[in-house]
Structures are given as structure tokens and as C-alpha cells.
Design a protein around this ligand. Structure first.
Ligand SMILES: *Cc1c(COP(=O)(O)O)cnc(C)c1O
Length: 387
């Protein structure tokens, strides 16, 4: 079966009611008939559910569907994308280890790497996303993991997964990929050698701005280690959120197709706009890593970013004059969203620090939704008139 079919058809449980839609097991714990059954479950002699911090059938359905989409052996679902990122670091990195990543990564991930990992004696090096030569030079004897996002948020830089995969194999490193921006519909990093793939399920996996969630998938032995860390530390996904997310996965393929075709159309229409100095979208020929994007992504995804010639002030005007697009701290929604990193998520950084992560004063990020493409475009065009 194709991954799309599996994402629709895989189910973990059906009750005696023979319901067609999957049941929701909203329970914190599970009961046993006798002491022997309970002993066997705790001794890992059976696969019985014990407690929803460890496992839950509704959560299992979501992870099974994600494994099918990513081509992964096993998975563990978490309460948010950040708890998935954190669990992947805490499980595999220890004092004295070294991590390689790019500084142009999701803000909270950047904070964990820069601020918290060093507290535990874990070293890191940030390398430029688009310069593979420098990646190799950054490897040290104590390097343990390569952590990447592609496309990056918000700069939409593309990292060559085939290159990252071969580097990880050559030096025996764990390749850990945040696949949030592409989604498994557009890109499957395991096929290029990723050991772990993780997601903020809050974004397109839900796709309707309703629930927070996260998931880590990958090789069975590695995921088992992550499971053991999470089972003790407790970032389990709520069964309710898992139930919502599993329903969403049934439409992920069709949603991503429309998100991507809307985004490509809008990117093409805006590319040469007089108020814009540059515009980036992975599936435009003008993207510096277009060739890699075409190689590893089935579609360009839902995010466009561009720079307003008028800088910071134009960025504010852009947001203030929008009539339909939402101003909200999320992305990956049916509703299109605009954001201006320099005055919001990255406002506390200095100009130099922002430049280092490719955030210009006039950078605008659009998460293209599922509204009619001309309504999204027209709202952007009318606000650009006022910038
Ligand atoms: C949102 C996001 C995260 C964090 O996910 P949460 O669900 O908000 O915790 C991680 N990586 C990327 C690329 C994101 O966009």
C-alpha cells in the first residue's frame, strides 16, 4: 500500500461497537485481570498498555500512521514539537559530546542548543546551511549528532539530505532531522539516511491550528531509547490530541498538494514586485538551492519568505494593512498567516545577530493556507501598496 493509503487506513483498535471511525481511548491507565498479567506487563513480557505516559492505543494509531508516512520502523509521540526535539537531545547526548547544527533553525531549538545543552557539558558548532564543505570541517572526534531542518524556518534554506546522510554514515553520527516544514508528503529524510526524524505536529500534521503535538520516528533501537527517556520524564501526547492528529493525517496528502500549489502561484506572482528586494520559495528557479529542493522535495511546501525594500517600518505597515491574513504565532494552518520576525520572534536580537541567522529587517514570512489563491494574493498585493 502507498503511504497515503496507510495514513488513511491504519488503525490500532476497534471496539465491539464496530465503529468505522477510530475510538478515542481517553484514559490515564489500563486495568489487569490479575496479579500475574500485571507482573508480565511490567516485566515487558507482553505488549499490554499500562499507563498513558508510556503508551495508549489512540496515541499508537497516530505514531503508526506517522511511521507509515515517513517510512520509519518505530515512533514515539510527544506533547509538542519542542518536547520531541528535547527528548532526542537528552536521550543521545551526554557530557563531552559535540553536536553540529545550523544557526538558522527554529528559535526554541536554537535556545536549547545555545543556552541549555552547554549547562550539561554538551558542545555545539553551528555551520552555514548552504556550505557543505564547512560541515565536514566541523566534525570532531567527540561529534555525536548532526541536527538539521530543511527547509529552514524562516529563511527557507535547503540542506542536501543525501550529503548529510552520507556524512553521518562516514563518521558514524546520528542524523536527526526536523521535517516539519516539508512534511512526510513532500520529503522523507529516512530515505537519505536520517536516523531520527521529528516533527512539530502542531503545524501541517494538524493543519487546522487546533492542537499541540510532536513525534519522533526512526530506527527501532533508537526510538526505544527515546521511549525509555520519555516514559520516565513524561512529555506524552494527550490521547485527545492524538485522535485529532490521526484524523488530520487522512487529509495531509491532499492538503499539502493545495498548500504547495497555492504557495507556488503566489511566489510566482510576487517574485518581481517593485516593493520586494528578493523572494524565496524552494520550487522557484531563483532559489539558490533550487536543484537540491527539486531532488529531495516532491513539492515546494507552504512557506514563502521575502524582503521588503522599506525594511523594518515597511514590515510593520505590511502587517497592519492586511485585511484577511492572520497575525498569529503559528504556521501550517488552513488560514494564511503573515509574520514579521524582526519585530516579533527575533525582536530581542541585535541587527548583527539577526543577520547571522539571515533575518533582514524587512523579512516577511507567509504561511500559505487553503483559501482561494487569488484571495490570498490580493490581500498581499493591497497591503504591499501601502508599504
Ligand atoms: C513550531 C516548530 C517547532 C516546535 O514545535 P511546537 O509544537 O511548537 O513545540 C519545531 N520545529 C519547527 C521547524 C517548527 O516550526
Amino acid at each position: 500500500m502507498h503511504p497515503t493509503t496507510k495514513a488513511i487506513r491504519i488503525r490500532s483498535e476497534q471496539t465491539n461497537e464496530m465503529e468505522h471511525s477510530s475510538p478515542l481511548y481517553l484514559t490515564s491507565s489500563f486495568t489487569f485481570d490479575n496479579a500475574e498479567e500485571m507482573r508480565a506487563a511490567f516485566a515487558d513480557e507482553t505488549n499490554d498498555n499500562i499507563y498513558s505516559r508510556f503508551s495508549n492505543p489512540t496515541v499508537q494509531e497516530f505514531t503508526d500512521r506517522m511511521c507509515a508516512l515517513e517510512g520509519a520502523e518505530s515512533g514515539y509521540a510527544t506533547a509538542s514539537g519542542m518536547s520531541a526535539v528535547f527528548a532526542s537531545f537528552m536521550t543521545f547526548l551526554k557530557k563531552g559530546d559535540h553536536l553540529i547544527s545550523c544557526n538558522a533553525i527554529f528559535g526554541s531549538t536554537h535556545t536549547i542548543i545555545t543556552k541549555y545543552l552547554p549547562k550539561y557539558g554538551i558542545e555545539f558548532t553551528y555551520v552555514p546551511a548552504g556550505k557543505p564543505e564547512e560541515w565536514k570541517n566541523a566534525i570532531r572526534p567527540n561529534t555525536k549528532m548532526i541536527y538539521i531542518e530543511t527547509p529552514t524556518n524562516p529563511g527557507l534554506e535547503i540542506i542536501d539530505l543525501e550529503f548529510a546522510g552520507s556524512l553521518a554514515r562516514e563518521y558514524n553520527l546520528i542524523l536527526n532531522v526536523d521535517n516539519c516544514f516539508a512534511t512526510p508528503v513532500n520529503q522523507t529524510p529516512i530515505q537519505y539516511g536520517a536516523d531520527i526524524v521529528l516533527h512539530s505536529a502542531t503545524k501541517w500534521l494538524d493543519g487546522q491550528g487546533r492542537v499541540l503535538g510532536g513525534v519522533v520516528v526512526g530506527k527501532k533501537a533508537l526510538i526505544h531509547e527515546i521511549y525509555l527517556f520519555c516514559r520516565s520524564s513524561g512529555p506524552a501526547l494527550s490521547p485527545f490530541n492524538a485522535w485529532i492528529l490521526s484524523r488530520s493525517l487522512e487529509t495531509l496528502d491532499v492538503r499539502m498538494e493545495r498548500h504547495s500549489s497555492n504557495a507556488l502561484y503566489i511566489a510566482q506572482q510576487l517574485e518581481n514586485h517593485p516593493k520586494i528586494s528578493w523572494l524565496k520559495y524552494p520550487y522557484l528557479k531563483s532559489h539558490p538551492q533550487h536543484a537540491i529542493a527539486i531532488k529531495q522535495m516532491k513539492n515546494g511546501g507552504a512557506i514563502i519568505c521575502f524582503d521588503l525594500k522599506g525594511g523594518l517600518e515597511s514590515g510593520r505597515k505590511f502587517l497592519n494593512n492586511l485585511k484577511m491574513l492572520s497575525l498569529t504565532a503559528n504556521l501550517g494552518d488552513t488560514r494564511s498567516i503573515a509574520s514579521h520576525p524582526a519585530s516579533t520572534t527575533h525582536a530581542k536580537l541585535t541587527d548583527e545577530e539577526r543577520a547571522a541567522v539571515n533575518i533582514t529587517p524587512g523579512l516577511i514570512r507567509i504561511s500559505v493556507g487553503l483559501e482561494h489563491r487569488d484571495d490570498i494574493l490580493n490581500d498581499i498585493l493591497q497591503t504591499l501598496e501601502k508599504c
